[in-house]
Design a protein around this ligand. Structure first.
Ligand SMILES: [Cu+2]
Length: 387
């Protein structure tokens, strides 16, 4: 691979790991020839640290982030968020994982060390010299090649052990249907907002760009020398080949009970958001200077997302996680990976998705937007103020 845009020269960017209760201090230095700013997707931080496009820095500029980490364990991520330039910057390589650990998760004894593997999966497009290419289209950029942790056609040697794979769909617009090539079940334990209440055996997980899933895959019954694929049922791509390379004696068990999720309830008001066409929310294109609505601090609200067409629209909210309540129209159901806490939820054509949300961490300026990055760049984004 020849030319990419990368954080610290790495594709994807360095995996940041931090514990609840610690402080993150990070400096962004803009080495691009266009403005940028970094958003910590899933991190609950004050608006000056949230990477709002108003705070974009010019080429050569620096932005210093400093925020306390005070949220449940989860795999979050970071990527650029400048006005109208996010799609290009992410497609060219700017994204990385940001893992938060806490003592609740630590006490579960989940696979760790070499048995805990972050997988940043995305599609990409290259020119004949293997330079990363960005060809925006209004329906969303689609690459023709999968990359797992920046690698083409990857293989991973595994032991006969239980593994934890923390998967981020880092694509601009592509949705994945993850499955194992042998159709064996695997175990879903978490998503955007960290661990679910209970583990769920599944044979398939669908994830829109921006969503994360936390999976346990058990290789203990497999023979040394055998292999299994992690595949995408939607594109037909093979993402990753696991090759069983070494016999070990792993006696760990898959926990059933994982975490406590305090349910949001009794919303004091409802807001309706219509994702219109490919560039509007409630009939308006994004204006960086316009505040579209105000949300009282600490009050639970029901937000209803609808779309008549031009989906998929993965809806993402900054400043708080939410709990998905229902989906009507379209697929007409919720999925196991939509339980617990979420920050991104997939809205398909003619669907209405209701979530409960409460902004109880910070007041300030935040964003609601479609995470199909080309829709976001065309204006499917809204400023709101927590007051
Ligand atoms: Cu959209």
């Amino acid at each position: 691979m020849s030319s990419v845009w990368a954080y610290n020269g790495l594709l994807p960017g360095p995996t940041i790991r931090a514990s609840r209760g610690s402080t993150a201090q990070l400096n962004l230095v803009n080495g691009l020839s266009q403005e940028t700013i970094t958003h910590w997707h899933g991190m609950i931080v004050d608006h000056l640290n949230d990477g709002h496009p108003r705070y974009a820095i010019q080429p050569g500029g620096t932005y210093s982030y400093n925020f306390a980490i005070n949220q449940r364990a989860a795999m979050n991520w970071y990527h650029p968020h400048p006005d109208m330039l996010t799609g290009e910057q992410v497609a060219m390589g700017l994204a990385g994982a940001f893992i938060v650990n806490d003592s609740v998760e630590g006490a579960l004894g989940l696979p760790s060390g070499v048995y805990e593997v972050p997988l940043v999966i995305r599609d990409a497009k290259f020119d004949t010299a293997w330079n990363m290419l960005y060809k925006p289209r209004s329906g969303g950029f689609l690459g023709d090649t999968p990359l797992v942790n920046g690698t083409l056609n990857p293989k991973l040697d595994v032991d006969t052990a239980l593994y934890r794979f923390r998967v981020l769909n880092g694509s601009n617009s592509r949705i994945f249907g993850l499955t194992l090539g042998n159709n064996e079940p695997f175990t879903l334990i978490g998503n955007d907002g960290g661990l679910l209440e209970t583990s769920v055996p599944v044979t398939r997980v669908d994830m829109a760009n921006g969503e994360r899933v936390d999976l346990l895959i058990d290789f203990r019954q497999m023979a040394v020398g055998s292999s299994v694929l992690l595949r995408d049922l939607r594109s037909g791509w093979d993402f990753l080949q696991f090759v069983v390379a070494r016999k070990v004696n792993d006696t760990s068990t898959i926990p059933t009970s994982l975490s406590t999720i305090t349910r949001l309830s009794n919303p004091v008001r409802t807001r309706n958001f219509s994702f219109d066409g490919m560039s509007k929310i409630n009939g308006k294109e994004y204006d960086i200077n316009r505040i579209d609505f105000q949300v009282p601090f600490g009050e639970t609200e029901l937000w209803r997302f609808t779309t008549a067409g031009n989906a998929p629209h993965p809806v993402h909210v900054h400043g708080a996680s939410f709990q998905v309540q229902s989906r009507s129209g379209g697929r007409g159901q919720l999925y196991p990976w939509e339980r617990g806490w979420k920050d991104t939820v997939l809205l398909e054509d003619r669907e209405t998705v209701e979530v409960l949300i409460c902004f109880d961490a910070f007041k300030g300026l935040y964003l609601l937007h479609c995470h199909k990055l080309e829709h976001e760049d065309m204006g499917m984004m809204s400023n709101f103020q927590v007051v």
